[in-house]
Design a protein around this ligand. Structure first.
Ligand code: NAP
Ligand code: G4F
Length: 364
């Protein structure tokens, strides 16, 4: 045990020192998906390491820079127009940014939606990485590339899942990420010597999480119920289990993976899983409320202390095929990257509940 701890400590220290060296040189990083949850945290983190940060931003009908309000005016942040569906725009962004490091976070990242739009999902998640890699080879072949892979790739493989666990995806999203990993991450690393690796990240959340993901849906809905603005809300599978961590912790691991001597894939997780039901219960506690579950299946309801139904189950939120249980084994991340999460499940739930409560109250 002592030997293991000291190895982990040395590895961690080495990575920290390498990071400090890099910071001195003012590295350039290009982030695809900078407007998303992870992109915004990663951009902020890299700025603290004195990076010059470039971000690929696509056209949307609403302001895409909502999550970047804190850093968008920073002169070290450069936003370039582009889309993973358009090779020329990726090439232009690479030529302009001349990045040392590329973080490919852009994706159609909603698993439920991937069943409805499988082609769109493959276009962005699979062919998008292919286009990016192709342009990297021509424009900046020395750049180091991080690919946002996912625990959804493990699908029905029993937990705990680690780097050696088989991929058995059940959703078009999971399939697109497995194929992208095999063809472009493993394939280009082994056949073309590209510095590219996958972070196989388990679910990570924050107050900036997209509002349709289950954790954010729960924290927003219960904040509204607490404020008397809503009576109840519906969920799908209450018994699905996920290994939920804090996004701000996970972006540190992405950076560390690109500071290693050699590119290696790594699972990033807390090692602890909770069910959707437990996420509801923890959020209820954060709001100083009570819940009792009654009934089963689609007839199950969650009732508050006054006897009001506040949670129902609706079949429309069930997935055609479900990943029932994900729990990562982060031993390699601890040993090789010196990485561990700082925020616990309970702290994460409280952080999200407080942020949504205060934001909604302020908007009244
Ligand atoms: P997110 O909030 O949904 O962000 C996705 C980003 O991709 C957004 O910036 C989005 O831009 C951009 N994007 C989508 N389609 C694009 C296109 N065609 N061209 C360029 N940009 C495009 O996702 P996230 O939670 O930050 O996750 C980041 C990455 O990690 C994703 O690849 C996801 O699959 C992966 N991942 C996430 C988790 C997790 O628990 N969060 C776990 C494992 C892996 P708009 O703002 O314009 O929509
Ligand atoms: O919050 P979710 O939609 O996240 P999911 O499907 O695990 O995907 C997220 O994590 C992946 C990593 O494993 C990422 F790769 C992916 O990009 C994304 O960030 O659903 C979590 C669980 C599922 O089992 C789902 O069936 O919650 C269950 N659930 C129950 N009721 C619900 C709902 N999910 C959503 N979105 N909405 C519900 O009402």
């Amino acid at each position: 045990m002592a030997e293991f701890l000291s190895t982990a400590h040395c590895e961690g220290l080495k990575v920290e020192l390498e990071s400090r060296d890099m910071a001195k040189k003012k590295k350039r990083a290009l982030i695809t998906g900078i407007t998303g949850q992870d992109g915004s945290y990663l951009a902020e983190y890299l700025l603290t390491l004195r990076y010059e940060v470039w971000g690929l931003v696509r056209r949307t009908s609403l302001d895409p820079l909502m999550r970047l309000q804190g850093i968008a005016p920073d002169p070290r942040v450069h936003l370039v127009y582009g889309n993973l569906r358009d090779s020329a725009s990726i090439g232009r962004a690479l030529a302009e940014a001349q990045p040392d490091e590329i973080y490919n976070l852009a994706a159609q990242s909603d698993v439920g939606i991937s069943f409805k739009c499988p082609e769109e999902t493959f276009e962005i998640n699979y062919f998008g990485l292919g286009r990016l890699i192709n342009e990297v080879q021509h424009i900046c072949p020395k750049a180091r590339v991080y690919q946002a892979s996912t625990s959804e790739m493990f699908g029905t493989t029993k937990p705990p899942q680690n780097e050696r666990s088989p991929f058995r995806p059940v959703s078009p999203y999971g399939e697109s990420k497995v194929k992208a990993h095999e063809d472009f991450v493993v394939g280009y690393r082994e056949r073309h010597g590209l510095f590219i690796c996958s972070g196989i990240l388990f679910n990570h959340e924050s107050p900036r999480r997209g509002e349709h993901f289950v954790t954010r849906k729960i924290s927003i809905s219960l904040a509204k119920i607490k404020l008397g603005l809503q009576k109840s809300f519906a969920l799908g599978n209450l018994d699905a289990k996920r290994d939920w961590g804090f996004a701000g912790d996970y972006v540190r691991a992405m950076h560390r993976m690109l500071q290693r001597e050699k590119p290696e894939d790594c699972v990033i997780a807390t090692g602890v899983a909770h069910s959707v039901r437990e996420f509801v219960e923890e959020t209820i506690r954060a709001f100083d409320m009570k819940i009792t579950w009654k009934g089963t299946g689609v007839k199950e309801v969650g009732v508050d202390a006054a006897g009001n139904t506040i949670v129902t189950v609706d079949k429309k939120f069930y997935r055609p095929r479900e990943v029932n249980s994900l729990r990562g084994d982060p031993a390699k991340a601890k040993k090789r990257l010196g990485w561990k999460p700082n925020v616990t499940f309970k702290e994460l739930v409280r952080m999200m509940a407080k942020a949504d409560y205060e934001r909604i109250q302020k908007s009244l």
